[in-house]
Design a protein around this ligand. Structure first.
Ligand SMILES: *[C@@H]1O[C@H](CO)[C@@H](O)[C@H](O)[C@H]1NC(C)=O
Ligand SMILES: *[C@@H]1O[C@H](CO)[C@@H](O)[C@H](O)[C@H]1NC(C)=O
Length: 293
C-alpha cells in the first residue's frame, strides 16, 4: 500500500513537472481465464484463489503449458512469475509471444533452472521472419524463485523491449533501415510452459533433472494483456499512432532506462550473440545498434 501511494505521488510529481516517463502503463491483474486457456496436460495446471493464481506442475510424466485466447499485433504484455524453487536443474519455464505461421516471429523469455543455491539463467531471443539465433543470457540480481517478479514485453513498430520488473534488460530496435526484418504485420499469441529440457538447459546439459525432487512447480499471477487484438481488427492494428504504446515516449528508451540497461550489460550479461565472434564471425546487422548500449 505504501509503495502504491508512493507511486501515485511520484506520478503526480512527474505529470506536474511535465516529465514523460516511458515506463509502460501499470498492468492490471486479472484472473487466468480472462485472457488465457490451457494448451496441453490440463491436469498439470492448478488453480488457486478463483484462478487469480495458477501453478504449472512438471513431473516425470509431463510438463504443461497455456496460451492466450487472442492474437495481438503490438502492445504490452506482462506476467508475475515465481520460478520453480529448490533444485530446478534441467527445467525450463518459458513466457513468450509467437506468430502461428512458418515464417514466424517470436519474442522469448526462457528461465533455465539450476541446482539448489545456484543461479538461474534468463535467456531471451527474437525471431523475425522465421530467423532466430539472437540469444542473450543474463543472471538475475535476485533469486526468481523466492518471490513474484514481473516479466514483460513492450512491442510497437519502433522497438521490442524486455523488462524484468521495471528494468529494461534488452531492446530490439526496428532496424529495417539495416535490412533486418522486424515483426510488424503478423499477430502473435502469448504462451507459457514448464518442461524438462535437461539435454541443454543447465550447464549445457551436464546437470540432469533430479526426478526424486519432483513435482516441480512454477507459480503465476497477473495475466495482463493490453494489446491490439488482431483477429478482431487486423487493419486497425497496423495503423500506427492510435494506442498509448505507439506514442513518442515509447519509441525509444529514456536516458534513465539506457542507464539501467547498461548496468544489466556490465554486471549480469553472460552471453550476447552480438559479441560471439566464434559463432558469428560477421555479426548480425542489428548488432551495430547493440554496440551503442
Ligand atoms: C508480412 O510481411 C512479409 C514481408 O513483407 C510477408 O512476407 C508476409 O507474408 C506478411 N505476412 C502477413 C501475415 O501479412
Ligand atoms: C548454474 O550454476 C552454475 C554454477 O554456478 C553456473 O555455471 C551456471 O551458469 C548456472 N545456470 C545454468 C542455467 O546453468
Amino acid at each position: 500500500m505504501a509503495s502504491f501511494l508512493f507511486t501515485v505521488c511520484l506520478s503526480f510529481f512527474f505529470l506536474a513537472a511535465g516529465v514523460r516517463s516511458a515506463t509502460p502503463k501499470k498492468a492490471v491483474d486479472v484472473p487466468f481465464g480472462r485472457n488465457y486457456v490451457p494448451t496441453w496436460a490440463f491436469d498439470h495446471i492448478k488453480y488457486n484463489n478463483g484462478g487469480n493464481e495458477i501453478q504449472l506442475v512438471l513431473d516425470k510424466y509431463t510438463g504443461t503449458g497455456f496460451q492466450s485466447k487472442g492474437s495481438y499485433l503490438f502492445g504490452h504484455f506482462s506476467m508475475h512469475i515465481k520460478m520453480v524453487p529448490g533444485d530446478s536443474a534441467g527445467t525450463v519455464t518459458a513466457f513468450y509471444l509467437s506468430s502461428q505461421n512458418s515464417e514466424h516471429d517470436e519474442i522469448d523469455f526462457e528461465f533455465l533452472g539450476n541446482r539448489s543455491g545456484q543461479p538461474y539463467i534468463l535467456q531471451t531471443n527474437v525471431f523475425t521472419g522465421g530467423g532466430g539465433n539472437r540469444e542473450q543470457r543474463i543472471y538475475l540480481w535476485f533469486d526468481p524463485s523466492k518471490a513474484y517478479h514481473t516479466y514483460s514485453v513492450l512491442w510497437n513498430l519502433y522497438q521490442i523491449v524486455f523488462f524484468v520488473d521495471d528494468v529494461p534488460i534488452r531492446v530490439f530496435k526496428n532496424s529495417k533501415d539495416l535490412g533486418v526484418k522486424f515483426p510488424f504485420n503478423q499477430s502473435m499469441k502469448l504462451y507459457s510452459s514448464l518442461w524438462n529440457a535437461d539435454d541443454w538447459a543447465t550447464r549445457g546439459g551436464l546437470e540432469k533433472t533430479d526426478w526424486s525432487k519432483a513435482p516441480f512447480v512454477a507459480t503465476y499471477r497477473g495475466f495482463h494483456i493490453d494489446g491490439c487484438e488482431a483477429s478482431v481488427n487486423d487493419k486497425y492494428c497496423e495503423t500506427q499512432g492510435k494506442e498509448w504504446w505507439d506514442q513518442k515516449e515509447y519509441r525509444d528508451l529514456d536516458a534513465n532506462q539506457y542507464k539501467r540497461l547498461k548496468w544489466v550489460r556490465q554486471k549480469y550479461t553472460i552471453y550476447n550473440y552480438c559479441t560471439d565472434r566464434v559463432r558469428f564471425p560477421q555479426p548480425a546487422p542489428e548488432c551495430k545498434r547493440d554496440r551503442d548500449i
